[in-house]
Every structure is written in C-alpha cells, then in structure tokens.
Design a protein around this ligand. Sequence first.
Ligand code: 5GP
Ligand code: MN
Length: 335
Amino acid sequence: MKAIEAFYPLLRTPKKIIITTHQKPDGDAMGSALGLYHFLVKTGHDVTVITPTNWADFLDWMPDADKVIDFEAKKDAALVLIQSAEILFCLDFNVLHRTKHLEKHLEAAEGIKVLIDHHEQPQESAFQFGISNTAKSSTCEMVYDFIMQSERPELLDVTIATCLYTGTMTDTGSFRFPATSASVHRMVAHFKDLGLQHTPIHDNIYDSFLENRLRFIGNALLNRMEVLYEYNTAVMSIPRADIIQYDIKTGDTEGLVNYLLTIKGIKFGAIVIDRNEERKWSFRSKGDFDVNIFARNHFEGGGHKNAAGGRSSDTLEKTLEHFYNVIPAYKGALQ
Ligand code: 5GP
Ligand code: MN
C-alpha cells in the first residue's frame, strides 16, 4: 500500500469512481462515504457510493443518501459499476471481509483500491494506496484531512461538512472519547465557519427513536443484562424473540452497549445479538482493557482498543457460554 500523496495526481482528470464501506454502515461509514462523494463530484468525477447492505433509517436524511446503492438490494447495477470503476475508495474498514457478500467482487475488481480508515491491523496487500491511522477519531476526520491536503481544498462546503460532522460526532460519542483531539475541534470550527447547522444533525441521529425502540431498550436493561462485578464487566444478550417482539430494524440496537459502561466501576461492556445469519457481538471498554484483542482472540472480530465487534456461528446460548468461559482469564486485566 503506497502513501496517499502519490495518489492525488490521478484525480486531475475525470474518473469513474466507486466509494464503498463496511456492511451495516454506521454514521462514520455513511458520513465519510457521502462527504467524499460530494467532494469528488465537485471535482468533476463520475462517482457512486455502494454499500454492502442497508443502513439505519436515522441516516436517511443525509445529503444524497437516496443515491446510494445498497448492494443487497441492487446487485446487478452495483456489479456493473464495480467492474468498470477506475478507482475504488474503501472507507471505515480495512479488511475486505467486512464488506460481506461484496468481498469477492472487490477482490476481483481491476480498479485502483484506496483505503482511508482508522481501525487496527489493515490488510495492506488489498489496497494500492491508502491512509491507515488508528489515532484518528473517525474516518470522517481522515476524509477531511484528505480533502484539505488535496489539490482542491477550497471545494469543501457545508454539504460536505454536514456529512463529515455526522460521522465524527457518532464515532467520538459526541466528542467525548479520548481520540477527540484539538484537531477534531479545529475541524468542527472550520465547519461552523462554512455554515454548519449542528443541532439538526444531533436531532436526526439521536432524537428520532420510535416508541418500540425505547421499550426494547427498557426490556433489555431490565431482563437481558448481567453484571459481573468480579470482572468489572456487564454483558447483555438479545434473543431473536426480542427483535421480533419490538420490531427491531437495522440501527435500532446501536448505542445499547454504551449503557453497560454507565454503571460505576464497569470497564468492559459486551452485548451479543441473535441476528438471523450469525450472533453479532459489540464490545466496549474504558481505559486499558483492549477489546480489539479480546474480539480477535475469541470471536473472529476486531476494531479498536475501546470499541470492537465480533461474531459467532454458534447458538446464542453457546456463544454466551463461551464468553463466560473465557472471561476469568482476563480478571487481572479488568481489575
Ligand atoms: P460496533 O460494535 O459499533 O458494531 O463496532 C465497533 C467497532 O468495531 C467499529 O469500528 C467496527 O467497524 C468494528 N467492528 C465491528 N464488528 C467487527 C468485526 O466483526 N470485525 C472487525 N475487524 N471489526 C469489527
Ligand atoms: Mn469509524
């Protein structure tokens, strides 16, 4: 993977460009993809955002989200674009399998693959150019840097800023996680100077619940949570029946894991959800406990030191049992 500086000259002439991101794209994935999309369109390129799957309804308001192609919904159209793309930007993931059924098509694509991402341990051989920086708050912040260091930084506008603010806000827990550097705040100041309206963004993302989602959370906190004080750990498991009863859709479980860390003294929060095709884990920690390593060691996952995910093909009961079996080995690290 070559440094991004050598890539910029390729943007001097119009190109066919695809931007893609991880499955079930979150605020940072959608924000960085759409922010870069608006910048590249202004630069004169033919650009399409293709996501491996659908996304949460609370991201639908984002500028031009209606033009994004969901690979699972429009496979044929997406494949034509992927096969003819001269450049493929890969944002907010660093291993191709995070794109689910898109993986083999990205692997086969002949265009130049460019990585922009902030997760641990990138699959460097999969990308020709790229930036991988785990110190960055979000991929949105990295797209901002990419634009500011490009040959056309003056093209940054309030639409791009709106997209990039969204993902920075969601990935930093509204500007509270340790990666929220002075540069992040300077970037937000720049966005405000461009005319960014930040309050509607917050309302769209965080104050747009339907009643069922709040009742689902209430039930999960009351009936699905175990607190393991011995290990400063809280764990929650969500059975399929809850997903059906409360009519839970993509994105409705986002943020649930964070409640576990609001208990005084809890350093490790883990939630496993029984999805149709697999059991999906979300891990969060405070301080030095490294959930990226935990996820890699036990649940085929990864991510960041304080936020990671994983999966299992076992039943929900077996997956949870495995968690209970491995957690004693971390007693020292969790004290
Ligand atoms: P979340 O719990 O919000 O789904 O994910 C937390 C972080 O871990 C995100 O940055 C996400 O991209 C990453 N992540 C989630 N699941 C996986 C996984 O299965 N593998 C890897 N490598 N990263 C994951
Ligand atoms: Mn991210």
